[in-house]
Design a protein around this ligand. Structure first.
Ligand code: NAD
Ligand code: DAU
Length: 348
């Protein structure tokens, strides 16, 4: 039985990846390593917690001794590394936390994998999950390809860029068998309501204002999280060593247009009069260093591995809203306590 370590599996994307791997690959034993920060939640993977091919390990990737011990005890065959501090606004307030987890944490995993595997890399693979934000900001034209130079603007994207460089350096220096993907903005179920879509869904439900940064003319390329999980599965199994693949939906939306669509769909689903939620839109102070536009060219993964998104944005957004409406307890649990303090500090 292959032993696969997935880090950050109690978070948003990680929970979808863990669920997919546990259910689809009974021949693997999945070890989910997560520190359970504010973003990690065991409720996200409750449905698979008793599966015989699944083990949860609470631990911090920044703790070098713990990580080395974990690798020597389990001798993993593969690593899918998703654990990270992931929110740009938090990185502006506390950049060092991002360096610790995203850079040092990744280094600890790379070192442990290299030391454990060196001399016999056969059948081993280190998969680093990264973001399109490392490429910086696009103007009105163009798309990020795998060869676009890195140009990160936020402490979050700078820390992810740094970790990407270390992964490639371990490939070049120690021949570590790695694959790396850079993905666009995800949306879907179990998304923590600090990010645009779940935050606005939660605020619409509660008739709270919708804080649009700046003029709202910033553009993001949105991908349904289960399509990202499917791409990760494919790259882990079929991707070529030392290769990078961009993952995106060819689905660009200006924030303000997306917010208007969300308001319209939410009014329908909540049985409110058309235009009700639209009145909640409030333009607020812009995010410092706000990247104007992200857009991914995912031709390579499509041509080489045959991946493409399976749902349209309208379908995905509809499913996402339905999930939040029928999981009000989950939403209430994650927005009680410390979430309230965060919200006050970020939006007051
Ligand atoms: P998330 O914030 O929802 O989850 C992160 C998880 O990592 C949480 O469960 C948290 O408890 C865990 N974690 C944080 N610090 C840790 C530490 N020191 N040790 C162990 N576990 C720790 O993040 P997400 O949105 O699911 O993103 C997952 C990965 O995908 C990240 O690497 C992120 O950079 C990347 N990514 C995210 C998006 C997106 O749109 N959300 C897009 C592209 C790439
Ligand atoms: O592109 C991939 C990245 O997408 C991931 O690497 C990050 O982990 C993920 O958080 C996301 O980053 P963004 O900064 O693009 O996502 P966020 O949901 O924070 O913001 C999306 C857009 O909406 C961005 O232009 C800022 C804007 N925004 C966001 C919030 C939270 C608002 O206008 N108001 C808000 O309250």
């Amino acid at each position: 039985m292959k032993k696969i370590l997935i880090t950050g599996g109690a978070g948003f994307i990680g929970s979808h990846v863990v669920r997919r791997f546990v259910n689809k690959y009974p021949e693997y034993h999945i070890f989910n390593l997560d520190a359970l920060t504010y973003a990690g939640n065991l409720e996200n993977i409750k449905d698979i917690e008793h599966n015989p091919n699944y083990t949860f390990i609470k631990g911090d990737i920044v703790d070098e001794t713990f990580i080395n011990k974990l690798f020597s005890v389990h001798n993993f065959d593969g690593v899918l590394h998703l654990a990270a501090e992931s929110h740009v606004d938090r990185s502006i307030k506390d950049p060092l936390a991002f360096v610790k987890t995203n850079v040092i944490g990744t280094m600890n995993l790379l070192n442990a994998a290299k030391n454990q595997w060196m001399g016999n890399y056969e059948g081993k693979r280190f998969y680093h999950i990264s973001t399109d934000e490392v490429y910086g900001s696009l103007g009105a034209e163009g798309l990020f390809t795998e060869t676009t130079p890195y140009d990160p603007n936020s402490p979050y994207s700078a820390s992810k860029a740094s970790s990407d460089h270390f992964v490639r350096a371990y490939g070049a220096t120690y021949d570590l068998p790695y694959v790396l993907t850079n993905c666009s903005n995800n949306y879907g179920s179990y998304h923590f309501p600090e990010k645009l879509i779940p935050l606005f869904i939660n605020n619409i439900i509660n008739n709270k204002s919708l804080p649009v940064y700046g003029d709202g003319n910033y553009t993001r390329d949105w991908l349904y999280v289960e399509d990202h999980a499917a791409a990760i599965d494919l790259v882990f199994h079929k991707g070529k060593n030392h290769e990078t693949y961009n993952i995106g939906g060819f689905n660009e939306w200006k924030n303000i247009d997306l917010v208007k669509l969300l308001c319209q769909l939410m009014d329908q689903k909540l049985g409110r009069n058309e235009g009700t939620s639209h009145q909640l839109i409030t333009y607020v102070k812009d995010r410092p260093g706000h990247d104007l536009r992200y857009a991914i060219d995912s031709t390579k993964i499509n041509k080489e591995l045959g991946w493409k998104p399976s749902v349209t944005f309208e379908e995905g957004l509809g499913k996402t809203i339905d999930w939040y409406l029928s999981n009000s307890e989950w939403l209430q649990n994650v927005t009680s306590g410390t979430y309230k303090d965060y919200y006050k500090k970020q939006y007051s």
